[in-house]
Write a protein that binds this ligand. Structure first.
Ligand code: 3H9
Length: 701
């Protein structure tokens, strides 16, 4: 198609439109939502570059994108499917080998294949809010379109490697400093500034710089393998179980030690290996599961939302303070309510200290600390919350206290506001209906500790929660950087209910002869950050324990009575040295064996397979019950909860995804085999049994 507009000529092909303005060709890609490099986008680039080459009036080309972002990467949904022409390589070659300079004009995010295309351009300009990154490692692959070869040539090996193995999105200012961008241009003026830049390139007769030909930055580390060894060592824990980071490092090593073409060949070979591996399949599944979790069946995307301009938080303790930081971080003012000035001062002091620590680590400036602190005010009067759009109650878990608070909020807070409870266990319906006259405004917002760090937000939908309250909680969750998933009302909601099912099996095995460190080791080796007993020691065994009421009736009570209350007392299930290094404890072992003897139990050897299967399959079984009761909307939401709130290893996709990989029939067969050992109250989920019998899977990949 050719149209004329003020003398400008346009041709559209695929997702690309090529326009000529004077002697500059402008290739605009418009492929919502994120301009992924799907077939249509690749076609658009190829046709646009061919049009540029064929037009003698065109002396330089600007590559720019419509919508919210520059090219956000390869189309992940095309992975594993037969390739469709033209290839990304073809599009890149046309740009890099163009005899006319090509300038990438970047806004939003230039990610993965998108940045790899930009690095084939001869120059790159971007607005200050833009970010660049090679996040392929986060979906279990590597930059497979020359990114591992070009980025180190452009920005140096150490910076390039850091970006590639961590998948970080780097702000434009830093990109400029490291040489990834050639100029920053004013916000809102990207198109005109990129055209001006192109004209300058022409006027100054600047060279057609090909990144592939640069050598000085990689030559600087040639013969220095210690640089790669240091990255491997520093990240060993973080990369545990993940094949992609090591493959990324090998590609950059190839960039340093061989020719560009050999490096590309290594990159392509390793990409192919990774893309078909279960780890990457799991990571790609997790990417889409997370986005799916934001969609609420039956609630249209245009449901009216409460515009949250001011937030009230009740309780300035660890939880309330952490929650408050999330809002201040995105510029939303918060009022924190406490019952005593000392508690309020302490809470605000802790927040300031957290921010100052971040500033010391260089995450932001001291000025930014003050800016965020200025958004936080404290009060002892709940009446101050009257004009808040969202109030989150974050006091200790006591139904009577929560009801009293919600009763007051009902009288104080303006109509239309959302009233949320951060309870991790209590009945949201009871809080909503018994304490307020507006149960439709009440929703659970269950944050995970530390609330300013942990990604997960369980949004708990009460029986009467309105569509607006639910959608607002989900929306604000995303705004503050959380991964939000919806749960219905039940004890423990999705995450903690499954944790309890695992805990019950762990405890049962403890009483059969497995030691805490045996169980923890198996779960750690599976990929969890720690097992339940190391976790208990970290959190403190005395959470909810009271000396006066303690009756030596459980192992935990006995340990607390011995002042083995976890890491903080130097001993819990484990013994700790002065650096908090854990080692198995003879004392704990004796406590457990004595307990067993008292109950007439004889310890037996429990194999690693049994430990793993009983722990994990009990979780799967609970997940299936959660699904059949309608507590979770989708099996993938359960995975999202465990991936983002409990450290489930992303390369195993989540408990429900993992169960599919094992085979549901195998899971059910094992649960039946363990039979009574699973506990008197343990029942196999009918849904799980039926799905296993029907040969079904929980999730789609
Ligand atoms: C790669 O490039 C490999 C190459 O090196 C080599 C190949 C040979 N593909 O996140 P959002 C969808 S690997 C397909 O909610 P935001 C997403 O599912 C790729 N679909 O928006 C969602 O769909 P829906 C490297 C994609 O504004 C919608 O777009 N690149 C892709 O919060 C909106 O997404 C990456 O890994 C994709 N690449 O964040 C970047 N990306 O509406 C991955 C998004 O149906 N993407 N969708 O639910 C992101 O990080 C974020 O989407 C982004 C926008 C920051 C861009």
């Amino acid at each position: 198609m050719t149209i004329t507009n003020n003398g400008a000529v346009s041709e559209t092909s695929g997702a690309g439109t090529f326009t000529v303005e004077g002697d500059i060709g402008i290739l605009t890609i418009d492929y919502p939502p994120v301009n992924a490099l799907s077939q249509a986008t690749r076609q658009g680039i190829v046709s646009g570059m061919q049009a540029a080459a064929a037009n003698p009036d065109v002396k330089a080309v600007v590559l720019i994108c419509a919508g919210r972002t520059f090219l956000a990467g390869a189309d992940i949904t095309e992975f594993g499917k037969p390739p469709k022409a033209p290839s990304l390589r073809e599009a890149q070659d046309l740009i890099e080998n163009s005899s006319k300079p090509v300038i990438a004009a970047i806004h939003g995010t230039a990610l993965g294949g998108g940045l790899e295309v930009a690095m084939c351009c001869h120059y790159r300009v971007g607005v200050e809010s833009a970010k660049c990154g090679l996040p392929e490692v986060l979906i279990g692959v590597l930059p497979g379109a020359g990114g591992t070869q070009r980025l180190p040539r452009l920005v140096g090996v150490e910076k390039g490697l850091d970006m590639i193995v961590n998948g970080t999105h780097v702000p434009a200012k830093e990109c400029l400093a490291m040489g990834l961008l050639d100029a920053l241009v004013p916000e809102g003026e990207l198109r005109s500034s990129a055209i001006a830049f192109a004209k300058k390139v022409l006027a100054e007769n600047r060279p057609l710089r090909k990144v592939r030909d640069l050598d000085d930055k990689i030559a600087a580390v040639r013969g220095k393998p210690e640089i790669f060894a240091a990255v491997r060592k520093a990240n060993a824990k973080k990369f545990r179980g993940l094949p992609a980071p090591e493959a990324c490092i090998q590609c950059v090593e190839a960039a340093v030690n061989g020719s560009f073409e050999d490096g590309l060949a290594t990159e392509r070979r390793l990409f192919q290996q990774l893309v078909t591996g279960t780890e990457s399949i799991a990571q790609r599944y997790a990417f889409f599961a997370q986005r799916e979790a934001a969609k609420i069946p039956g609630i249209p995307a245009d449901t009216p939302l409460v515009d949250v301009k001011k937030v009230g938080i009740i309780g300035a303790g660890t939880m309330g303070g952490g929650i408050a930081m999330n809002f201040a971080n995105v510029g939303i003012p918060v009022i924190l309510v406490e019952t005593a000035q000392a508690a309020l001062d302490r809470g605000l002091g802790v927040i300031r200290k957290n921010y100052e620590n971040s500033a010391k680590k260089g995450r932001f400036t001291q000025e930014e600390v003050e800016k965020r602190m200025a958004l936080l005010t404290g009060t002892l009067e709940m009446e101050q919350l009257a004009d808040c759009d969202l109030v989150i109650e974050a006091v200790f878990e006591n139904m009577a206290v929560k009801k009293e608070i919600f009763g007051k909020l009902d009288r104080i807070v303006k109509p239309g506001a959302v009233l949320a409870t951060n309870t991790s266990a209590l009945d949201v319906n009871e809080i909503a209906s018994a304490a307020t006259s507006r149960p439709e405004a009440v929703v659970g917002m269950h944050f995970f500790s530390p609330a300013n760090v942990m990604k997960l937000l369980e949004v708990v939908r009460g029986a009467k929660t309105s569509d607006t309250a639910l959608a607002t909680a989900m929306h604000i969750g995303k705004k503050i950087g959380k991964v939000a998933a919806i749960s219905g009302v039940c004890p423990g909601f999705i995450g903690n209910r499954i944790l309890s099912a695992r805990g019950a099996q762990a405890h049962a095995m403890l009483m059969e002869g497995a030691m805490p460190w045996d169980i923890d080791q198996v779960l750690y080796d599976f990929g969890m950050p720690m097992g339940p007993y190391a976790m208990s020691d970290l959190a403190g065994l005395d959470l909810g324990w009271s000396k006066d009421k303690s009756k030596s009736s459980t192992i935990r009570e006995v340990l607390c009575e011995m002042d083995r209350r976890g890491q903080k007392t130097g001993a819990g299930y484990y013994d700790y040295d002065e650096n908090r290094n854990a080692r198995p404890s003879e004392v704990t072992k004796k406590v457990i064996l004595d307990f067993m003897a008292k109950e007439g139990r004889t310890p037996r050897e429990i194999g690693k397979d049994e430990i793993l299967e009983r722990c994990i399959y009990a979780m799967v079984n609970e997940g299936a019950k959660i699904l059949e009761e309608g507590i979770a909307l989708r099996a993938s939401d359960i995975d999202v909860v465990w991936l983002n709130g409990y450290g489930w290893p992303v390369y195993r996709g989540g408990p429900m995804f993992y169960a599919d990989t094992v085979g549901l029939d195998n899971v059910v067969a094992k649960l039946k085999e363990y039979g009574p050992r699973m506990g008197a109250n343990f029942k196999i989920s009918p849904l799980l049994e039926k799905m296993a019998a029907d040969g079904k899977k929980f999730v789609r990949t």
